[in-house]
Design a protein around this ligand. Structure first.
Ligand code: IMP
Length: 427
């Protein structure tokens, strides 16, 4: 079986789309297995930039079936906005399939996310306010509405009626928000349902048959390990599992189908939203890195918090995901720094640890232990052979490899599609 997984090793925005793009032409199927339109990746279609939130970047490959898996929370209105934007640029999306088990992200989920975040203070997670958490909460409370429910309109209406009663009560009584009108939601879904019906499939058969027939299937992760609901900095996390384990659950495939698990790691680190961030650079230093790396969110436009590479974080991703390879991105952004610190552990109450503690109170007491590397000044953006990189740059890459005991198989040296050094072919 040939299942390839691309996951984020930090807090998202590592450049997963670039790695997916590189694998693109070898792939027969692309599957999204978790998250929703909280993701954001910029793709270029016929020379024009488009930001996708729900569709995987693999949608650009017309020859590969593109599947929205059961683990996703799907806002159908956003989905069709994206489909229509791509079609306007000449990319037909008739290779898109939606799993019948996928949860529908409803308008009340978005409103609840906004209301919950509006409480501010210690409750504020800094979500994308797209309804992700409330939708997963309903899924696990077993009051979610799934794509298969749209196939039988009576079932959809019945489920909407009973769930909306609960959700409207919560919106009004707990948060003082505006309730929803049942008929309005029904009317909205009547329209979108017609567009969705031809795309709905039993994705478990579709994806497993592809794997059984030795097709190359790419599982495209959104968000990242440190935003994982179990292993991230809870509660400052997203509500799904962006890990390789999330693939098994969210796409319905067996563990032995995952042959290559590629973790994408930015050569420094960034984070959007609230939550602890040990290597964060504040003030002018943070601003300089943000400007140099153009670190602004593709979904919300928020400035990303920026800092040095945190290797205990990457190591945690190696362990949890079983990474076979690391793809290191944006190392060119570090060009010109005289000294480049890398966090190699945390000092906690006088002892050194190399893992991410569960408790935020404990994590908050951790101080970074630095190893400082000498920088380089040469422009590396046109280099394509690893041996041609400046020695100090190679030392940096090789230290990551040594620390994580994982092959850094790809080093991205410029935003261009071709701007990569391939040390070990990924496919
Ligand atoms: P939610 O997923 O919208 O509930 O947001 C929860 C946390 O995950 C917030 O800190 C978001 O900023 C963060 N987050 C969600 N999706 C992404 C992403 O694609 N990139 C980076 N951060 C994300």
């Amino acid at each position: 079986m040939a299942g390839y997984v691309v996951v984020g090793t930090q807090w998202g925005d590592e450049g997963k789309g670039k790695v997916v793009d590189l694998l693109g032409k070898h792939v027969d199927m692309v599957v999204r297995y978790q998250g929703g339109n909280n993701a954001g990746h910029t793709v270029v279609v016929n020379g024009k930039k488009t930001v996708l939130h729900l569709l995987p970047s693999g949608i650009l490959n017309k020859d590969a079936l593109c599947v929205i898996g059961p683990g996703v929370v799907l806002n159908p209105f956003v989905l069709f906005e994206e489909v229509e934007a791509l079609e306007k640029e000449g990319l037909q999306c008739d290779h898109l399939r939606i799993s019948d088990r996928t949860q529908l992200l409803m308008p009340y989920h978005v409103r609840l996310d906004e209301l919950i975040e509006a409480r501010g203070g210690k409750y504020k997670v800094g979500t994308t306010k797209n309804g992700i958490g409330p939708c997963y909460a309903d899924k696990y409370s077993r009051i979610g509405i799934r794509v298969c429910d749209l196939q039988d309109w009576n079932v959809f209406e019945e489920k909407l009626k009973s769930t909306l009663e609960i959700k409207n009560a919560e919106i009004e009584k707990v948060y003082g928000g505006e309730p929803f009108d049942y008929d309005e939601i029904v009317a909205q879904f009547k329209g979108i349902r017609e567009k969705m019906l031809p795309m709905i499939c039993d994705s478990v058969s579709l994806v497993n048959e592809a794997l059984e027939n030795d097709k190359v299937v790419l599982f495209e992760g959104a968000q990242a390990n440190m935003l994982d609901i179990n292993y991230g900095t809870y509660p400052f996390v997203t509500s799904s599992s962006p890990t390789s384990a999330g693939v098994l659950e969210g796409a319905g495939v067996p563990p032995q189908s995952l042959t290559r698990i590629i973790g994408v790691a930015k050569a420094y680190s960034t984070r959007v939203g609230e939550g602890p961030y040990i290597t964060e650079l504040l003030g002018d230093e943070g601003e300089a890195l943000r400007q140099k790396g153009f670190e602004f969110g593709a979904t919300t436009g928020r400035p990303r918090r920026c800092g040095w590479l945190d290797l205990p974080v990457v190591k945690q991703a190696v362990r949890i995901n079983g990474l076979t390879d690391i793809a290191m991105t944006k190392i060119d952004i570090l060009t010109g720094y005289d000294k480049i610190p890398v966090c190699v552990g945390y000092e906690l109450d006088g002892k050194q640890i190399d893992y991410v503690p569960a408790s935020l109170e404990v994590y908050g007491r951790c101080k970074p232990v630095w190893k400082v590397f000498d920088g380089w000044t040469e422009d590396i953006s046109q280099i394509r052979n690893y041996e041609d990189l400046p020695e100090n740059c190679r030392k940096y890459v090789e230290f990551v490899e040594e620390y994580t005991k994982t092959s850094v198989s790809l080093v991205s040296v410029s935003p261009e599609r071709e701007g990569n050094i391939i040390r070990k072919p990924l496919i």
